[in-house]
Design a protein around this ligand. Sequence first.
Ligand SMILES: [Zn+2]
Ligand SMILES: [Zn+2]
Length: 251
Amino acid sequence: MTGDGLDAGGRPSGRRLLRWWRSRRALNPGRPDAPAPVDRHIAFHRVLDALRGDGCPACALVARGVSARLGETLREQLNDPTSRLRLRRSLGFCERHARTALSLAGALEMAILCHDLVAHALRRLDAWRSGQRPAALDACPECAAERRDLAEVVALIADLLADETVRSAYRTSAGLCVPHLEEVLRRSPEAGRAWLLEEERRRLRALEVELAERIRKADWRYCREPIGPEGDAHVRAAIKLSGIAPESGRA
Ligand SMILES: [Zn+2]
Ligand SMILES: [Zn+2]
């Protein structure tokens, strides 16, 4: 992604899309789900891009937002007092977001950040040693930001699934993971919900049949039958049920 919020293809980044979504709501208070035509064009292409990926489009859009925000924190806000104070209150990130930060940051950036946090952890231990009780640590700030992003991505997808082009892309995509499917169903208008329900029931039924076939062929009576496409159904099911990245599922 470039510094102006565009990705390598010159399209708005996931984070910029979310910013647009917030501003869209502010500009359309009477009809919060009615995007302006030009904005719809931007959102359209971001969702279509996400649908062309290997996994759940909601997971992908949220992950892009996390990467953009963490990257900015590590590159541009490292010396910002407000940002540092926020990270000191939680002593950094949770395990999942610390892994993402390590994958995004250079050694020097992480050393600068961790130096500040280790020094703060030591000050807390000094307080404990002198009989004080430091305030409880805050939760990971990136987890809270991610939850806000997810709520907006879910609303965006629920809105755009009314469009035939997006539906067509959805049909050939991996579809939503089950947790995000439930969220989108909750936010979808009735017609969109009915369409999405049928689409995902078809996928889950096919997966159910493949899993049953995988289990059947483990039986001694049928174990000589060759394993077909159902061989990795358990991996695809685990990805579908949890939203874990396909790369992790194949590992
Ligand atoms: Zn997902
Ligand atoms: Zn976190």
